[in-house]
Design a protein around this ligand. Structure first.
Ligand SMILES: O=C(O)c1cc(C(=O)O)oc(=O)c1
Length: 308
């Protein structure tokens, strides 16, 4: 049965709901593992979707997120503000506050945010802001506005999460490299997997991380990036083979600056909805040793999100 969208909302046509009844992962997560990229959607009746949104999802509540966390064996979540909520952080903040210290957040704010609001976000567990440059998700925000926000949140010890597509990195380079904080790239900067791991496009992401030691990357979303699969469905233990060389390269070269997350509830997937249990089983393909797994899943996210 299709999942609902509550309140006065109708799901975007063709919307794929998150996978019900995920498998128990075969991969045993290390103790204290963090799902460092996931979202909550609404519920729309309680936390309305933003008027400026580009899609309307099915509801995906904090209760469902926490149940998934426990089922998969994660200890903690980092809840990233989804663009369907714009700069209204209430659903994300509510989830952080209800988590009993098991969730931190990444917010979206406008230049008009007050210092007091930033402090309230901090005490709810927010430790970063997200700047989004994916044109199908958001309208353009002037760079001077973003830089002003970055300077303000730097004082709180927060970082900036950036979401962009690989083809846009050259034009965003100067802006990204002048950010005054730790900078976390979402989903490896969305490389075009069909171009191969030796492409000039992916080389630019590696250069970005090599030359700028404040830059981290999430090695997440193989289900979004993969062209040839196989899909994380029906017990598949070797999913998304074409993404493995990309993520493994980043994990092995920058073991102290990588994060992993489910991306649940997987907004805007068009082809299939992965089984999140099998997505967890993808991790040892890209982080093959216990030391790499400990850094990726525990030490790095704890340093970035739970240091203070
Ligand atoms: O590729 C996407 O559609 C997507 C969207 C969002 C969001 O709407 O916030 O977040 C993500 O991490 C990925």
């Amino acid at each position: 049965m299709s999942k609902s969208t509550s309140g006065d909302f109708t799901k975007t046509a063709g919307w794929l709901d998150w996978f019900a009844g995920p498998a128990k992962p075969q991969f045993q997560l290390p103790a204290g593992a963090v799902d460092a990229h996931c979202h909550v959607f609404g519920p729309g009746a309680e936390f309305p979707y933003a008027p400026e949104r580009k899609y309307t999802p099915c509801d995906a509540s904090k209760h469902e997120l926490f149940a998934l966390r426990d089922h998969l064996g994660f200890a903690r979540n980092v809840i990233v503000q989804a663009t369907c909520h714009g700069a209204d952080n209430r659903a994300m903040v509510d989830a952080c506050l209800a988590s009993g210290g098991k969730a931190r957040g990444v917010a979206t704010v406008k230049r008009s945010v007050s210092d007091e609001e930033l402090l309230q976000l901090h005490s709810a567990g927010v430790r970063g802001v997200r700047f989004n440059f994916v044109k199908r998700l958001v309208d353009f925000t002037p760079k001077d506005e973003l830089m002003e926000i970055a300077a303000r949140i730097a004082k709180l010890g927060w970082h900036v999460v950036i979401y962009f597509e690989a083809v846009d990195l050259p034009e965003l380079w100067d802006f990204f490299t002048s950010l005054p904080t730790t900078v976390v790239v979402d989903h490896m900067g969305r490389p075009d997997i069909a171009k191969g791991v030796d492409s000039a496009e992916f080389a630019l992401l590696l250069k970005f991380m090599r030359e700028h030691t404040n830059v981290w990357s999430k090695v997440s979303c193989p289900e979004r990036l993969s062209v040839t699969g196989p899909k994380a469905l029906n017990g598949e233990q070797n999913a998304y083979q074409d993404v493995v060389p990309f993520a493994r390269k980043v994990v092995e070269e920058f073991p102290d600056r990588v994060l992993w997350g489910t991306d649940w509830p997987h907004p805007n997937l068009k082809d299939h909805m992965p089984d999140d249990g099998l997505l967890v089983d993808f991790i040892p393909q890209i982080a093959p040793t216990a030391a790499l797994q400990q850094a990726l899943l525990v030490d790095n996210p704890m340093r970035l999100y739970w240091a203070a």
